[in-house]
Design a protein around this ligand. Structure first.
Ligand code: SF4
Length: 293
């Protein structure tokens, strides 16, 4: 059984068989792992439980990172929304708060699901829970949508990377945003092609995003990039559901991200030597924390 190498393959197969992307991914997972459907499904259901718990924990007990640089941004955002309303809309702000909460939980060594990485762990759960609340989708549909996210993530991993150290933040928070956008479209009842367009719109909007963590810690700018990644995913999903198409298909966007990752200098690939990590304030923080190069 060959791996999933292109989004176009998945979309074509799902269109030919009049089924969802998640159905194709579930079947391929079964064959890849020589496992029954229930085993594959239960494994994903278990991951969703951890994701849900991470969102509950982050909401009830907003975490501060070990360095103290991040934490409680989710609480501030929700309080602001409740007292003053929002400019971006409640769903987007709620998803952003959830994404930041889970990312901060990761920075405080809490339990999260790396999706696709620990640094970008807040985006997919936040977008799926928020979309499910909006659409009334139940647990079964959310788990199915997670398979859609996973299928898109596999293609990104196969054809580009899902490591900031290899391809920049475009393939961490960018990949998560792409996965979440596609999954949200399926959760909202959109067609497979629309899911692919949503993923393409989300990823191409952050292509070139560098990995430049302050002091080498997965905190700044990572936590806030999770918030923006969630908002990016929801807006991309809305655009695709409205019938807006990405002129560049998702497979080609992924190829472009891979190429950008290859020519990206090492200073912008998790080395904390460039970008935001090289700003005077970041250097000062690194010195204060005793993390100097
Ligand atoms: S900036 Fe780097 S470490 Fe932080 S989330 Fe993005 S890829 Fe991960």
């Amino acid at each position: 059984m060959r791996k999933i190498l292109s989004v176009a393959d998945i979309v074509t197969e799902s269109e030919n068989r009049h089924c969802t992307i998640s159905e194709i991914v579930i079947e391929r997972e079964q064959k890849l792992h020589e496992a029954g459907r229930k085993e594959i499904w239960d494994r994903m259901a278990g991951l969703w439980e951890i994701m849900k718990q991470s969102m509950v924990t982050a909401e009830r007990n907003p975490a501060r990172s070990l360095s103290g640089l991040v934490g409680e941004e989710n609480k501030l955002l929700v309080e602001y929304m409740k007292t003053k309303g929002t400019l971006a809309g409640e769903g987007t702000v709620q998803a952003a708060a959830r994404a930041m909460g889970v990312a901060a939980l990761n920075a405080s060594m809490g339990k999260i699901v790396a999706c696709p990485t620990a640094g970008s762990c807040g985006i997919v759960p936040a977008v799926l829970l928020t979309t499910a609340e909006k659409t009334g989708a139940g647990k079964e549909k959310i788990i199915a949508a997670l398979f859609t996210a996973a299928g898109i993530g596999m293609v990104i991993d196969e054809n580009a990377s899902t490591s900031g150290a290899e391809g920049g933040c475009q393939v961490e928070c960018g990949a998560a945003s792409c996965m979440a956008a596609a999954a949200a479209v399926e959760l909202a009842g959109g067609a497979p092609a629309q899911a692919a367009h949503a993923g393409a719109i989300a990823l191409k909007s952050v292509i070139g995003l560098v990995c430049d963590p302050v002091a080498g810690l997965v905190e700044v700018p990572c936590v806030k990039r999770n918030a923006i990644g969630a908002g990016n995913a929801l807006l991309a999903a809305d655009m695709a559901l409205a019938g807006i198409k990405s002129i560049i298909p998702l497979d080609e966007v992924i190829g472009a991200a891979a190429q950008v990752g290859r020519i990206m200098p090492d200073s912008l690939k998790e080395t904390a030597e460039g970008g935001l990590a090289a700003t005077p304030i970041a250097r000062e923080i690194a010195r204060r924390l005793g993390v100097t190069k």
